[in-house]
Every structure is written in C-alpha cells, then in structure tokens.
Write a protein that binds this ligand. Structure first.
Ligand SMILES: O=C(O)C(=O)C[C@]1(C(=O)O)C=C[C@@H](O)C=C1
Length: 145
C-alpha cells in the first residue's frame, strides 16, 4: 500500500458508532484490494493493446475493428448476466476502455508512441482515414475524435 494512503480516511469519523465504522473499514479493505487488482488488470490489458496498436501501425491497419467490438460486447453482455452485473454498465465500461485504446492506437500510428520510433515508416505515415474506422462511430465523437 502506498505510504500516503489512509485506508480509514472518511467523512464519517467522529459521528458514527465505532463498531459500525469498524465493520465499514473491514468491507472497505476488500474494496481497496479489488480496486488495486482492477488497476493492475487494466495496466496489463493496456500493455497488450499497445502491442496490437504497434502491429496495426506497422501494417497500416485501421485503429478500430467494429466487428471485433460487436463480438466483445455481445460476449460481455452474456458474462455480465451470468455474473449478476448490469449488462448496460458492462458495455459502457468496455466502450470506455476501447475508446482509450483507439486513442492510443491513433497516437502510435501518428508516431507519438514509444513503440513507433522516429524513422519507422509506419510512424511517419498519416493515419488512414479511408478505411472503415471509428471515425464514423458516433460513440467516438466523429471523424477526428
Ligand atoms: O483487437 C483489436 O484489434 C484492438 O485494437 C483491441 C481492441 C480492444 O481494446 O479490445 C480495441 C479496438 C478495437 O476496435 C477492438 C478491440
């Protein structure tokens, strides 16, 4: 745990029954563990998507793949129902992450990323806007989102 993190930080201290607070802190300990896991999991996911982005940039593939996304969303819907999680939330969450991944892919294709060093032809190429891409996807805010 980071040294400046206070797991008992709360606006409830001093006006809540200490026993209730103790129970709340115990539950929050698990919430903190899960949040930490989410951060590490997301970091791992982004490491892999950076590799996808570098591959796509090298081969001049479009940053987004709507067919893949549709399959991911459908699968996530099913998993969410199984897991008793709101499917609309699961979809929103995945779309949020994917939008960020696509932003990274675009930066890589434009040569801004660490995996596309100067002089790499893929890095110097302008992002290809002629292909099917999220530029047409209203979720991503239009052509230059
Ligand atoms: O699999 C890819 O092609 C990716 O670029 C990764 C990813 C994802 O984050 O899962 C991101 C963008 C694509 O539209 C589809 C999937």
């Amino acid at each position: 745990m980071s040294p400046d993190y206070d797991p008992h930080a709360s606006s409830l201290t001093g006006r809540t029954d200490p026993e209730v607070l103790a129970e709340l802190y115990a539950i929050r300990g698990s919430i903190d563990n899960i949040d930490a896991s989410l951060v590490y999991l997301l970091a791992e996911r982004f490491k892999f998507t950076q590799r996808v982005g570098a591959l796509k940039a090298r081969h001049e593939l479009p940053p987004s793949d709507p067919g893949r996304e549709a399959a991911q969303i459908e699968r996530l819907h099913r998993l969410a129902i199984e897991a008793d999680l709101e499917p609309a939330f699961a979809e929103k969450f995945l779309n949020f992450i994917i939008a960020e991944v696509i932003r990274h892919h675009r930066a890589l294709a434009a040569g801004a990323g660490p995996e596309a060093p100067a002089g790499d032809p893929a890095a110097d190429a302008a992002p290809d806007r002629t292909r099917t891409d999220a530029g047409d996807d209203p979720r991503r805010g239009g052509a230059d989102a």
